[in-house]
Design a binder for this molecule. Structure first.
Ligand code: URP
Ligand code: ZN
Ligand code: ZN
Length: 479
């Protein structure tokens, strides 16, 4: 089945140009002026619209078992919502429980994800350490297309990774040609502040941001960066929410360190006053970690994105409905942490980024797709409109307007953190593996059509890094 996208302007990270695009067999087959439609092809009229690489959300948690409940969005509903918003690939997380075998957890997540309607991949979290974890990391990289490992520096008593785990896992990642990633918050400090606040009688959602100040995030980001510096391993810092962690990344990058930073659409646009909302459900719906911050931090994050010190945008899509959030009615520490946004990331970034002049269209493509593809080593298969690439494409109507609402979105959660936001510019069509899966408001998805995407290790670059490593003999990468 072929698809011809006709009359649009192709926008890649490097350049924009007028061209038609032919997709066939799941791949982009031809790009050029005035292409003829192959027999039986579906024709998408892209006149006056932009034809861009489908979005990659490098940070989601579909159906995550977390804080005594399970995220309401599963892989089918979550990837459907992503496609409705122009996101054609997610990178989700396998998160083994403490002491849970890594391979067992990986297989469990792979099974859950089989119903995905768009392509997906997995980072694997390292939540504990022993020889089996060391060995399983090798198996995952060599045989299962995993090239990134996640470390939660918060969530003490649950999935928190202490410095010993970080050091072991970062060093192992370097050996394997994988990139470590961190959720940077000082979990010990958060634990102590939570206890102090609760004992003082601060039991509502307003306690959440107070217990997770930017300094806790800045300290953890800096610590992870310095550990990575000593071990000479690249590092990816997820969901930077504040000036302090951005400064740690910027400083390291200025010193030549290979550190990457992600920012969430929510952290760019939602501010912390929401936690003082008089309605518990509204405030609790926004409880996520790190929390939303004041406008000072939002301004810094936009500048980080503009300057290139932050390279990717994500959502950390991890949805819990009001009845789940109610678990923390009398104790903010028990409110399941997480919010949604996989459907809205591209449109809110376009509206607040491109329409305001903060980002060019090409920069928009970089931060919503291409940079994630490059950092996680699936470029140019993903993140590029080029011949031979996967035909994952969004046709973007810059004139379309809408008001975001949980009543009309496709996300399986009863609240939208961008509720009521009026935006201009959103997808008219989304194409996944060459098929039109979203057209003018209508989803045409197929359960299970999404594929697991292997992400190969970064061997050549890492070979050089291993040779430079100061504290270890180079270790041969087994291929
Ligand atoms: O609050 C959040 N972010 N929940 C999901 C887990 C995580 O920390 O990324
Ligand atoms: Zn996190
Ligand atoms: Zn997350």
């Amino acid at each position: 089945m072929s698809t011809l996208i006709k009359g649009g302007t192709v926008v890649n990270a490097e350049q924009s140009f007028q061209a038609d695009v032919i997709c066939d067999g799941g791949l982009i087959k031809a790009i050029g002026p005035d292409l003829e439609a192959p027999a039986g092809a579906t024709v998408v009229d892209a006149g006056g619209q932009y034809v861009m690489p489908g979005g990659i959300d490098p940070h989601t948690h579909m159906q995550l078992p977390f804080m005594g409940t399970v995220a309401s969005e599963d892989f089918e509903s979550g990837t459907s919502a992503g496609l409705a918003g122009g996101t054609t690939m997610i990178i989700d997380f396998v998160i083994p429980g403490p002491q849970q075998n890594l391979m067992e957890a990986y297989k469990q997540w792979r099974e859950w994800a089989e119903k995905s309607v768009s392509d997906y991949s997995f980072h694997v979290a390292i939540t504990w350490w022993d020889d089996s974890v060391h060995d399983d990391m090798g198996t995952l990289v060599r045989d299962h297309g995993v090239n990134s490992f996640k470390h939660f520096m918060a969530y003490k008593g649950a999935i928190m990774a202490d410095d010993e785990i970080l050091v072991n896992s970062f060093a192992r990642s370097l050996e394997l040609g994988a990139i470590p990633t961190v959720h940077a918050e000082n979990g010990e400090l958060v634990f102590r502040l939570q206890k102090e606040l609760f004992e003082k009688g601060i039991t509502g959602p307003e306690g959440h941001p107070l217990s997770r100040p930017p300094e806790c995030e800045g300290e953890a980001a800096n610590r992870a960066i310095r550990i990575a510096e000593v071990l000479k391993v690249p590092l990816y810092v997820v969901h930077n929410s504040c000036r302090q962690s951005l400064e740690a990344i910027t400083r390291a990058r200025n010193e030549g360190q290979r550190v990457f930073g992600e920012v969430l659409a929510g952290h760019l646009l939602v501010d912390d006053s929401i936690y003082r909302h008089k309605d518990f459900d509204t405030a609790a719906a926004h409880v996520m970690s790190p929390p939303f911050r004041s406008s000072e931090h939002q301004d810094a994050l936009w500048k980080g994105l503009q300057s290139g010190n932050l390279q990717t945008t994500a959502t950390d899509h991890c949805c819990f409905c009001a009845d789940q959030k109610a678990a923390g009615k009398d104790d903010f520490r028990l409110i399941p942490n997480g919010t949604g946004g996989v459907e809205n990331r591209m449109e809110v970034l376009w509206h607040h980024g491109v329409n305001t002049g903060k980002l060019t269209m090409n920069e928009f493509v970089k931060v919503t797709s291409t940079n994630a593809a490059q950092i996680f080593n699936v470029y140019p298969r993903k993140g590029s409109i080029s011949v031979g690439a996967d035909a994952d494409i969004v046709v973007w109507d810059p004139e379309a307007t809408k008001t975001i609402s949980s009543k009309t979105d496709h996300q399986n959660v009863d609240y939208n953190i961008f509720e009521g936001m009026q935006i201009k510019g959103c997808p008219s069509h989304t194409i996944s593996q060459g098929n039109v899966v979203y057209a003018n408001g209508e989803l045409r998805v197929e359960r299970g059509a999404g594929r697991y995407i292997d992400r190969p290790p970064f061997a050549p670059y890492y070979d050089a890094l291993q040779k430079q490593a100061r504290h270890a003999e180079p270790v041969a990468v087994k291929r």
